[in-house]
Design a binder for this molecule. Structure first.
Ligand code: ZN
Ligand code: ZN
Length: 116
């Protein structure tokens, strides 16, 4: 299930991006939680998903990690970006840090939040 187009240090790149936008969605302005905050608040899986910040590639090319190509999006906005390009959502793009320990990582991990 690996997407080899992602660079080895993608997680570090994504983390830097999230920190640079102060964990706020660049599309709707929603403030998202870090894993540490989500843990501290005891959020369940669906809440974590709702407040998860992802780093999206504006041109849908994970090899292009130039700062202009990266945009931090909450899961709702991120799903919106990909709904027009089905099949291009990858686990590395969407779910770093938030794999629940009791379930296996899978490309079907992402679920559309019911409240959106
Ligand atoms: Zn958003
Ligand atoms: Zn994306």
């Amino acid at each position: 299930m690996k997407d080899s187009r992602y660079p080895k240090d993608w997680k570090a790149i994504a983390l830097l991006k999230k920190q640079s936008v102060n964990w706020t969605c660049q599309n709707c302005g929603r403030y998202c939680y870090t894993k540490e905050v989500a843990d501290a608040l005891g959020l369940d899986r669906s809440d974590r998903k709702r407040y998860e910040l992802s780093v999206h590639h504006s041109d849908y090319n994970p090899e292009n990690n130039s700062p202009e190509n990266l945009i931090a999006l909450c899961s709702g906005c991120h799903l919106g970006k990909h709904s027009r390009k089905r099949g291009n959502v990858t686990p590395g793009d969407l779910s770093e840090n938030l794999q629940p320990s009791h379930s296996k990582p899978s490309p079907h991990f992402l679920e559309i939040p019911k409240s959106i």
